[in-house]
Write a protein that binds this ligand. Structure first.
Ligand code: DGL
Length: 285
């Protein structure tokens, strides 16, 4: 049996999100790649992203990426669906020749194209993600045009999940409203296009029906990150035990309190980073 040791730090894989939701993606990465170091940045000061404009989200993504590169990141994961949908191609260009960038939309779309039997696929996501059309394009590419996407924007669901300790009837009603058009479209596969939704997966599965396949970003992303590291020769020593750390643009104690529920692993030290304030006049519902 190879010995597992904690070795000196490696350049981390950096992950960013609008807040704590991307910890559902980090969770899968930590399980799949236990030998890697991770640095997670949650932009809790400007959460939620889901009602913001694409240019604003691109600005946030560039700013957070630059902070993470200053911390020595070797690869960047955009765990936030709204930020990926708005910013991924531009962000890749911005970071070209510096670090590879992995986002959440394509890996989920490929998985949905693989698992759907009827070609009728559903998406539940924030208004920003739905408005971007990113999932339509990715699913069309992944299925050679064979799959059809029915999209539902859920403006309040992420905030409700984040606020809720216990699951309550308000959340159940919100999930039921989002699922009704998908049931009407007889989809057999549903993409959860927002980092928060895996936390209410049982409610979603009950509303959609047992036969509907739910696709989340976490597992698909972990496989994509692994492949990207191998392609670029960036993989850490597989015999070491990696570390993970956190940065938050909001209150570190609040991040720790909320984060444990999303990560389902201990959230120890959380550092603070300063980001630009959200421009005046933008909606942060
Ligand atoms: N991470 C965001 C997303 O996946 C959560 C929702 C939000 O910030 O509005 O879109």
């Amino acid at each position: 049996m190879p010995r597992v040791t904690a070795l000196p730090t490696e350049p981390p894989i950096a992950v960013f999100d609008s807040g704590v939701g991307g910890l559902t993606v980090l969770h899968e990465c930590l399980v799949s790649l236990p030998h890697e170091d991770f640095l997670y940045l949650g932009d809790t000061a400007r959460f939620p992203y889901g009602n913001r404009s694409a240019p604003e989200l691109r600005g946030f993504a560039f700013e957070l990426a630059d902070i993470l590169l200053e911390h020595g990141a070797k690869l960047l994961v955009v765990a936030c669906n709204s930020a990926t949908a708005a910013a991924l191609p531009d962000l890749r260009e911005h970071l070209h020749g510096r670090v590879p960038v992995v986002g959440v939309v394509k890996p989920e779309s490929r998985r949905a194209a693989d698992v759907t039997r009827s070609g009728a696929v559903g998406l539940i996501a924030t208004p920003a993600t739905v408005a971007s059309g990113a999932y339509e394009r990715a699913l069309a590419g992944a299925s050679d045009g064979a799959a059809r996407l029915t999209s539902v924007a859920a403006p309040d669901l992420a905030s409700l999940i984040q606020a809720g300790g216990e699951v309550d009837q308000v959340t159940v009603d919100c999930v039921e409203r989002a699922c009704a058009p998908l049931r009407a479209a007889a989809v057999d596969t549903v993409i959860l296009g927002c980092t928060h939704y895996p936390l209410v997966r049982p409610i979603l599965q009950r509303a959609l029906g047992r036969g509907v396949e739910i696709v989340t970003s976490g597992q698909a992303i972990a496989a994509e990150v692994e492949a990207e590291l191998e392609r670029d020769g960036l993989t850490a020593d597989p015999h070491r035990r990696g570390m993970y750390r956190f940065l938050s643009s909001g209150d570190p104690d609040e991040f720790r309190r909320l984060g444990t529920r999303f990560l389902q692993l201990p959230v120890a030290r959380v550092g603070h980073v300063q980001v630009a304030p959200a421009p005046a006049g933008t909606v942060a519902a």
